[in-house]
Design a protein around this ligand. Structure first.
Ligand code: C2E
Ligand code: CA
Ligand code: CA
Ligand code: CA
Length: 275
């Protein structure tokens, strides 16, 4: 038992070591990638369920590293947050996404993910205003997504920044809803315009009655509060039908479309608008 214990400890220790090394290496690489702007954005369509059209796109960051291949944002965003690199990275993402969306037809919405570190940084509203002006994008076309878990921990000051953004015309979406234990009371007081129902509920909507109940309760509560609802991670026709029946206003996920390169997103939009 003792030998096994030591073996376990060694494996654990090694795993920790290589993770730490990987992080150390990645931080330098991330700085480099930022300096060279080796980071790009893909755009995942969001479908309006009543109109059956593309309502907008969510910008998702991609880092293709020459040696490491695709590094997932789930890995490098937390690292960028710890090191403070999220501020230049987040600004690059915001400016590039706004510039891309300025060429999209009509009222097509652009959603950009916002880190809580950005929300707490000084001058966020001014930065967003400047990115919109520089791109020539109307504020009403921009939505900023912040996770439920992050928003629950925010101070009054951070919430005031969100209200300032809303006053400019920018909308706010509560991302990954259902994972952060908001009380219903929160929903009436938080500065949000949309709820994005987490994929963990949507992926079970066809197989679990409790998940179906959560999705329809959230959608009907949102409707009564005047909020829009997006079902995230819709992967099948059945899930699409069920989230629509539950009253979600929009759907996003591989069944609608995977995230697309900018050119493909624009082509999809032209096709969609021609119908
Ligand atoms: P998120 O904001 O919840 O983004 C949705 C994630 O789910 C994306 O992963 C997307 O590619 C993936 N997804 C979309 N549809 C489906 C589906 O039908 N099935 C499955 N299994 N997955 C689906 P991605 O692009 O790897 O991003 C992961 C997370 O990284 C995001 O979660 C977000 O928290 C963060 N992130 C991505 N881009 C940015 C960014 O520009 N800024 C910040 N701050 N965070 C970002
Ligand atoms: Ca998001
Ligand atoms: Ca999400
Ligand atoms: Ca998620």
């Amino acid at each position: 038992a003792k030998a096994r214990g030591r073996g376990t400890f060694c494996r654990y220790d090694q795993a920790m070591g290589s993770a730490a090394l990987r992080r150390l290496g990645l931080e330098a690489e991330l700085r480099d990638a930022l300096a060279r702007e080796q980071i790009r954005l893909v755009y995942q369509p969001v479908r309006d369920l009543a109109a059956g059209r593309v309502a907008g796109f969510e910008a998702l960051v991609r880092w293709s590293h020459p040696g490491l291949g695709q590094v997932s944002p789930a890995e490098f965003i937390p690292l960028a947050e710890e090191t403070g690199l999220i501020l230049p990275l987040g600004e690059l993402i915001l400016r590039n996404a706004c510039a891309a969306a300025a060429d999209w037809p009509g009222a097509t919405r652009l959603a950009v993910n916002l880190s809580p570190v950005q929300l707490r940084s000084a001058g966020l509203a001014a930065l967003v205003g400047d990115a919109l002006r520089a791109a020539g994008l109307h504020p009403r076309r921009l939505e900023l997504e912040i996770t439920e878990t992050a928003l629950l921990q925010e101070s009054e000051e951070a919430l005031a920044v969100l209200r300032e953004l809303q006053a400019m015309g920018v909308s706010i979406a509560l991302d990954d809803f259902g994972t952060g234990f908001s009380s219903l009371r929160h929903l009436t007081s938080l500065p949000v315009d949309r709820i994005k129902i987490d994929r963990s509920f949507v992926s079970e909507v066809g197989s679990r009655a409790d998940c179906r109940a959560v999705v329809s309760s959230v959608a009907s509560l949102a409707r009564q509060l005047g909020l829009a609802t997006t079902a995230e991670g819709v992967e099948t026709a059945e899930q699409l039908r069920l989230v629509q029946a539950a009253g979600c206003t929009e759907a996003q996920g591989y069944f609608v479309s995977k995230p697309l390169a900018l050119g493909d997103a624009v082509a999809l939009l032209r096709q969609d608008r021609a119908q």
